[in-house]
Write a new protein. Structure first.
Lengths: 184, 176
């Protein structure tokens, strides 16, 4: 019988490394995708994702189950990503190179849904517009779009109210919409 | 018109399924009758689809074994106490916090000086200056007159300071 997240957390708190390994296997892809959405750089995203689970392991004894495990792990991931984004902002040249690399890689992907020129332009404009958002606005967009999380869960992850999530999403979408209006 | 503005602010939350039943019904019925707002809804839906495709199409599948190896390596690495301290201080001293802390500390310092908590050398009819509070040649000076119970806090920019060298500190002294 498959154990739920909380049962695995309790085993982990009792010192069972295999229980933690199971939690990592359940969430590593989702956590990685959220971090990649925020950082736009594969290597950095992988580093931050591994660091996220390392921090979770060190703090697991203090996790009391007040929130679900996934909102807790996403909170660690988003906080680390926001720190990493601030470092990226301080090194814009490195970031520019990683963005170019990402766009080139995407052009090589056979299953790329952006197949024609118009769509490729849209994607590039979109990626740049996402990058121009503040870390807080980017976080709500990524958590809502990639994970489809509820406003309540996003609020728990970001440590703010549902009303704040609603407001941030509205303004983030408005900013994106303004930059993409020619394509929509 | 006012109704359209309110509805457009709610379309995103409506598409996310985050409105109450009454609010949802209000948005739905307005969208059914207003072509402009209906077009705004379709644009928002197109943007959401493009956003989802842009954010998810780039994500490669992560092979678990190598990912776990990286996590395990970090767990098994013993961290020194100063690495932990550095991690903690990075979180504490974020850029916005530092931006508030610097003027707060300067303000606190000035209050302490003006309230005589900080011992000065010399007489009570004192002049004290704290120079070069930032990298742009700005300095702050404090003048106390115990007889009249007056304290003057003076923030000034040393114009000549930009071209001065370290060997000539006398020039950077404020003139009153």
């Amino acid at each position: 019988m498959e154990l739920n997240d909380w049962e695995l957390v309790q085993k982990c708190q009792a010192g069972e490394m295999s229980a933690f390994q199971e939690l990592v296997s359940r969430y590593h892809q989702k956590v990685y995708m959220v971090i990649l959405g925020l950082l736009r750089n594969r290597e950095d995203a992988l580093e931050v994702a591994q660091e996220t689970f390392f921090r979770a392991y060190r703090k697991i004894k203090s996790f009391q189950g007040g929130s679900s495990f996934y909102t807790w792990i996403y909170r660690i991931a988003v906080n680390l990503s926001i720190d990493a984004q601030r470092r990226q902002k301080r090194n814009p040249l490195d970031f520019r190179e990683s963005m170019d690399g990402l766009l080139e890689t995407q052009n090589e992907v056979a299953r790329d849904p952006f197949s024609d020129v118009h769509d490729r332009e849209l994607r590039e404009t979109l990626l740049k517009a996402i990058n121009d958002l503040t870390p807080e606005h980017k976080a709500v967009i990524v958590l809502r779009t990639i994970e489809g999380l509820s406003y309540k869960d996003i609020g728990e992850i970001l440590g703010c109210s549902e009303g704040t999530v609603m407001s941030r999403l509205h303004y983030a979408r408005k900013k994106l919409h303004d930059k993409l209006s020619a394509f929509l | 018109m006012r109704d359209c503005e309110n509805i457009r602010e709610s379309i995103g939350s409506w598409l996310d399924g985050e409105l109450s039943a009454a609010e949802s019904e209000s948005v739905r019925s307005h969208l059914a009758s207003c072509t402009d707002c209906g077009e705004a809804q379709r644009r928002l839906e197109r943007m959401h689809l493009a956003l989802k495709a842009a954010l998810t199409s780039q994500a490669p599948q992560i092979e678990f074994t190598s990912f776990w190896r990286g996590v395990e390596r970090r767990i098994n690495e013993k961290r020194t106490w100063y690495e932990d301290l550095l991690d903690g201080s990075r979180r504490l001293f974020t850029a916005p916090r530092v931006a508030w802390m610097v003027p707060a500390v300067i303000g606190l310092l000035l209050v302490l000086i003006s309230m005589d908590f900080v011992p000065f050398r010399g007489s009570r009819n004192s002049f004290a200056s704290v120079e070069s509070i930032d990298a742009y040649g700005r300095s702050v000076a404090l003048l106390r007159q115990p007889e009249t119970r007056t304290t003057v806090i003076w923030l000034y920019q040393d114009q000549e300071g930009e071209n001065e060298t370290a060997e000539d500190p006398a020039k950077s002294a404020p003139t009153f």
